[in-house]
Design a protein. Structure first.
Lengths: 203, 227
């Protein structure tokens, strides 16, 4: 599942020269989709055009798929141009969470707001694999992923990461668009690597 | 002396008296115009956020975390001489005010210049609640990195100088808000000091080592919201 963030009235980060995050990430996701489909994978996008599904709508799409992984695309407002950072949610901590309704532990049901909990370790592994590939292609990118409380990831019941490319502060879309093929290639390679640890029975 | 001359002298005397009456006011007005104009931000801050001064203030070198000038995307502590209160709530207010107003250089700013801290509470379990003006949400540059640095700068500045705070809740104008500027989740609590509060179990630390070694904030570090 590929998630071009924002859309509609929410353009996301806006560059001084008119570059809009919502437009560029849609292009990134479309090119990554084509590259993944060439590998025989089934790929869905959380939005096809300039609409803006809610966080929960996007999560609902991926949570309805068995064996899915979720990659959310973002462009930052700041940061070194031409670099890419990968994020997963931090490890689970009760101290950081509002009190849960009682009874969920006994039923074994997962709370919607905590859907990512069970996938935290897998998400971290996926983030590491993608960040390694991106660091090889985009000079100046970190070699290890970071963790951040990205809202979109919290309600995803699947391995889930966010990729943020720097940045909208470029003269026009071209420098960012030129990153799209390498970004797609990095995702194809890392998803192939991740399948060996994620798919049941695979080594 | 002719009648006309008397009239002219009379008018002149009246004019001199009027001028003498208005001249001091005119001079004051000219001097006021010559002074640099206060920005709207400064005027707003004077009304909503007067300097926090308490009887227990002691001048100390406090570590304030701003964006690094040499390593983009990283926070670095800067030692600033500040009068800080012994009361943890007032101390936290003073530190957050300094974080907003005493930025060494514009490129080091992590919180928008016109952000004000509206309220600050500290609960007995070590939970701090910081209520900021709308500007924190509206003017923080949209993006995971910039939003994370904004929250991290608050959490790490508090962690360095306020002992009893274990976790931090951020409100925007008194409201629980879903995200800071479209990305970072504000619905939970951010860890300020992992080991401190009685109600805050230490989170698992396994995958953090590599990130810490590379200069990235590790998962269990201050400012991280874990789920």
């Amino acid at each position: 599942m590929l998630d071009p963030a924002h859309g509609g009235a929410d353009a996301g980060a806006r560059g001084a020269n008119g570059v809009l995050e919502s437009e560029v990430v849609l292009s990134f996701a479309s090119q990554a989709r084509a590259a993944l489909e060439r590998q025989g994978l089934r790929v869905l996008l959380t939005r096809q055009g300039n609409e803006n599904p809610s966080f929960d709508d996007r999560s609902a799409v991926v949570n309805g798929q068995r064996g899915a992984i979720f990659i959310s695309f973002h462009i930052s407002s700041t940061g070194p141009t031409g670099t890419a950072r990968v994020y997963s949610l931090p490890p689970v901590s009760r101290a950081s969470r509002p009190p849960s309704p009682t009874g969920t532990e006994r039923t074994g049901l997962a709370l919607w707001d905590q859907a990512q909990d069970a996938y935290n370790v897998l998400s971290r592994r996926l983030a590491e694999l993608v960040q390694i590939q991106l660091a090889q292609r985009f000079r100046g990118s970190p070699e290890v992923p970071a963790t951040a409380a990205v809202r979109q990831l919290r309600t995803v019941a699947a391995p889930a990461i966010a990729i943020e490319i720097s940045s909208v502060s470029v003269p026009n879309r071209n420098p960012l668009e030129q990153m799209a093929p390498a970004l797609a290639e990095a995702i194809v390679r890392s998803v192939a690597d991740f399948q060996t640890v994620y798919e049941p029975g695979a080594k | 002396m002719s009648h006309r001359a008397k009239m002219a002298i009379g008018i002149l005397v009246v004019a001199v008296l009027v001028a003498a009456f208005y001249l001091p006011g005119l001079v004051r007005h000219v001097f006021r115009l010559a002074r640099p104009e206060r920005t709207e931000e400064q005027a707003q801050r004077e009304v909503t956020q007067p300097p926090v001064i308490t009887p227990t203030d002691v001048n100390v070198k406090a570590k304030i975390f701003w964006a690094s000038t040499t390593s983009p995307g990283i926070l670095e502590p800067v030692e600033v001489q500040l009068p800080l209160s012994a009361d943890p709530v007032q101390r936290s207010r003073q530190l957050i005010n300094a974080l907003i107003t005493q930025v060494p250089a514009p490129e080091q700013r992590t919180l928008p210049a016109d952000t004000t801290l509206l309220e600050f509470y500290l609960l007995s379990d070590g939970t701090a609640v910081a209520d900021f003006s709308d500007s924190l949400s509206a003017a923080t540059p949209s993006g995971i990195l910039s939003e994370q640095m904004a929250v991290d700068s608050i959490a790490r500045t508090l962690a360095a100088s306020v002992e009893p705070i274990g976790r931090l809740k951020i409100l925007i104008h008194g409201q629980d808000t879903e995200t800071l500027a479209g990305h970072l989740d504000l619905t939970g609590f951010f860890l300020v000091r992992a080991e401190s509060p009685p109600a805050a179990p230490t989170p698992p630390a396994a995958p953090g080592r590599k990130a810490a070694a590379s200069g990235l904030t590790p998962p269990a570090a201050p400012g991280k919201l874990a789920h």
